[in-house]
Design a protein around this ligand. Structure first.
Ligand code: NDP
Length: 508
C-alpha cells in the first residue's frame, strides 16, 4: 500500500441528516403502506446516508396501474413531440441546477468519487436533451409506389407501459440512458432503482413534477428485485421491460416476461478485451488500459478487464500499466482529486477477493495488488489496483465478470490469434484495438463479436451512438436513434385511395 497513491482527506462535508427517499406513484411522493424502510450505509464513511421506503407488491401494483391509466388515456402518448420535448428539456435544465445535490448523494451511496459523480449527473442532462430532439424529429415512412390506387403509411407508436430496472454502478446515468428515451417515444414508465442506490432516482421525481410531466407518466418504486422487480417483469399491464444488471437476473427477467410475451431489452455484463499491437501509441494504450480497468473501481459493464497484448511487447507494456496503477488516486470519494473510490458493498468486496484468491490457486501471478485496501479513517471497503499474469484463457478469472479493479493479461502472436481470443467469451459487450495500421483495425473491428469496438481509444460514448451487447451481454440497444426505436411499435396503414377494390366473390 505504501507505494500506492492514496487520498484519505476530504473537502466536502458529510450531510447532517440522512436523505429520505420515497416512492413516487401517480404524481405523489409517498412512503410504503406498511411503513418499511431500508438504511443505506455509505461504503466509504460507514454512516447512514439515506433511508429509502422499502416497497412491496402493493406499491408496484399501484405504480403499474397508474402508468397503465396514464398511457391509455393519452395524457402523454398523444401529446405532440414538441410538447414532450419541452418537458424533457426542462428536466435537463433542472438536472443541471441540482448537480451538486445529486452528485453528493450518488457519491455517498455508491462510493464513487465526487468528481466522477458530478460528471455523470451533469452529463446526464445531455441525454435528456438528445432524447427531446428525438421526440420532435421521429417519423415513420410512406409508400407512394404501390400503384395508383394505394397509399401505405408506416406509423411509429409508443410501445406502452415500460418497466425500467437499474443497477447500482451508474444509478443516475443508466436511468438517463433509458427514461428520457421512453418518455420521448410517448411511453409511460415504472422505475425501480437498486435498493443500495435509490436516492438520485427518487430526487428526479421532484424535477419531473417541476418540469410539468403529467401525474402517472413516470412512477418510481423503491425496493428489492423480489418482490418489486419481479412484479414489474411479470405483470400483464406492462408492455416492455428494459433492464441493466447481471446476466443471471437478465435471464430470469426474460423467462418471466415470456409468459406475456413482453418485449425485453437487456444491457448485461462483459469481459471486454483491449488488444494491443506493437505498432501503436503504447503510452496512450497503457493509459487507456489503466482507465479501462480502474474507472468506477472496475464496477462497470464496459470495464476492460482483459488485455490481449502482443507477446513481443507484453513484459514492457505490463510493467508500464503497473507503474500507472501506482499513480491512480485511490481513496476518499469526497476529495475532488480522488479517481477511484470504494467498493459498493462488503459482500461485493468479498466476491472480488474470492475471484483473485481462486485465480492465484489456479496458478495466476499477482503483479500488483491482489488484496483489499484499508484507508485510515475510511475502513477496508476498498480494493487495491490489481494486475494478474500467468492467466490462461480457460481460467475463471479470464472468463467471468469480476466487477472489480482486477486486470488479467493474455498474449497473442498473430491477428488471427487476437481475434480468436477476443471472441472466446460468452459475453460480447465491447472490444478495443490499439494499432497504427488501419487495415488491421478494420479487420479486427469487423470480426470482433461485440456491440461496440473502439479503435485507438476506450469508452468514448455519445448520446447519438447506440450502445448494447451481443451474445450474453444483452439484447436491444440503448441511446441513439436505435435506442429510441426500442420504445416504439410499428403500425402499417394500407389505404385504397382511388378506384374501389376488385370483388373477391364472383357474382352469380
Ligand atoms: P442484479 O442484476 O441483481 O441487480 C440489478 C437490478 O435488478 C437491481 O435493481 C436489482 O434489485 C434488480 N433485480 C434483482 N433481482 C431481480 C428480479 N428477480 N427481478 C427483477 N429485478 C431484479 O445485480 P447485483 O446488484 O446483484 O450485482 C451482481 C452482479 O451483477 C455484479 O457483481 C456484476 O457482475 C453484475 N452487474 C452488472 C451490471 C451492468 O452494468 N451490466 C450492473 C450491476 C451489476 P435489488 O438489487 O435492489 O434487489
Amino acid at each position: 500500500m505504501k507505494d500506492l497513491h492514496i487520498i484519505s482527506g476530504q473537502t466536502v462535508a458529510l450531510p447532517k441528516t440522512a436523505y429520505q427517499a420515497r416512492h413516487f406513484i401517480n404524481g405523489v411522493a409517498q412512503d410504503s403502506v406498511d411503513g418499511r424502510k431500508s438504511d443505506r450505509i455509505s461504503p466509504s464513511h460507514g454512516v447512514v446516508v439515506s433511508q429509502a421506503a422499502l416497497g412491496s407488491e402493493v406499491e408496484a401494483e399501484a405504480a403499474i396501474t397508474a402508468a397503465r391509466a396514464a398511457f391509455d388515456d393519452g395524457r402523454w402518448s398523444r401529446l405532440s413531440g414538441k410538447a414532450r420535448a419541452t418537458v424533457l428539456n426542462k428536466v435537463a435544465d433542472l438536472i443541471e441546477v441540482n448537480v451538486e445535490k445529486l452528485a453528493l448523494i450518488e457519491t455517498l451511496e455508491s462510493g464513487k468519487p465526487i468528481s466522477q459523480a458530478r460528471g455523470e449527473c451533469g452529463g446526464a442532462a445531455d441525454l435528456w436533451r438528445y432524447a427531446a430532439s428525438l421526440a420532435r424529429t421521429s417519423h415513420g415512412d410512406s409508400h407512394n409506389t404501390l400503384g395508383a390506387d394505394i397509399l401505405a403509411v408506416v406509423l411509429k407508436e409508443p410501445i406502452g407501459v415500460v418497466s425500467i430496472i437499474t443497477p447500482w454502478n451508474f444509478p443516475f446515468w443508466i436511468l438517463s440512458q433509458k427514461l428520457p428515451f421512453a418518455l420521448a417515444a410517448g411511453c409511460t414508465c415504472v422505475v425501480k432503482p437498486s435498493e443500495v442506490t435509490p436516492s438520485t432516482t427518487a430526487m428526479l421525481a421532484e424535477m419531473l413534477v417541476e418540469a410539468g410531466l403529467p401525474a402517472g407518466v413516470c412512477n418510481i418504486v423503491l425496493g428489492y428485485g423480489s418482490p418489486v422487480g419481479s412484479l414489474m417483469t411479470a405483470h400483464a399491464d406492462v408492455d416492455m421491460v428494459t433492464f441493466t444488471g447481471s446476466t443471471a437476473v437478465g435471464k430470469l427477467i426474460t423467462k418471466r416476461a415470456g409468459d406475456t410475451l413482453k418485449k425485453v431489452a437487456l444491457e448485461l455484463g462483459g469481459k471486454n478485451p483491449q488488444v494491443i499491437f506493437p505498432n501503436c501509441d503504447l503510452e496512450g494504450a497503457a493509459d487507456a488500459v489503466t482507465f479501462g480497468i480502474y474507472f468506477n473501481v472496475g464496477q462497470c459493464c464496459n470495464s476492460s478487464s482483459r488485455i490481449i497484448v502482443h507477446e513481443d511487447i507484453a513484459d514492457a507494456f505490463v510493467t508500464r500499466v503497473v507503474e500507472l496503477s501506482r499513480q491512480v488516486a485511490f481513496g476518499n470519494p469526497l476529495h475532488p482529486d480522488t479517481q477511484v473510490g470504494a467498493i459498493v458493498t462488503p459482500e461485493h468486496a468479498t466476491k472480488i477477493d474470492s475471484y483473485v484468491r481462486a485465480a492465484v490457486a489456479a496458478g495466476a501471478k499477482v503483479c500488483i495488488g491482489g488484496h483489499s485496501l484499508t484507508i485510515p479513517g475510511l475502513g477496508d471497503q476498498f480494493y487495491q489496483p490489481t494486475v494478474m499474469r500467468g492467466v490462461t484463457p480457460d481460467m475463471v478469472i479470464a472468463r467471468e465478470e469480476v466487477f472489480g479493479p482486477v486486470l488479467v493479461v493474455l498474449t497473442f502472436g498473430t491477428l488471427e490469434e487476437a481475434i480468436q481470443l477476443t471472441n472466446d467469451a460468452t459475453y460480447g459487450l465491447s472490444a478495443g484495438i490499439w494499432c497504427d495500421d488501419i487495415s488491421t483495425c478494420l479487420e479486427f473491428s469487423r470480426r470482433a463479436q461485440a456491440g461496440t469496438v473502439w479503435t485507438n481509444t476506450w469508452m468514448d460514448g455519445f448520446p447519438e451512438v447506440a450502445f448494447g451487447g451481443v451474445k450474453q451481454s444483452g439484447q436491444g440497444r440503448e441511446i441513439g436513434a436505435y435506442g429510441f426505436d426500442e420504445f416504439l411499435e410499428v403500425k402499417s396503414l394500407v389505404m385504397r385511395v382511388g378506384s374501389t377494390r376488385a370483388p373477391w366473390v364472383k357474382k352469380a
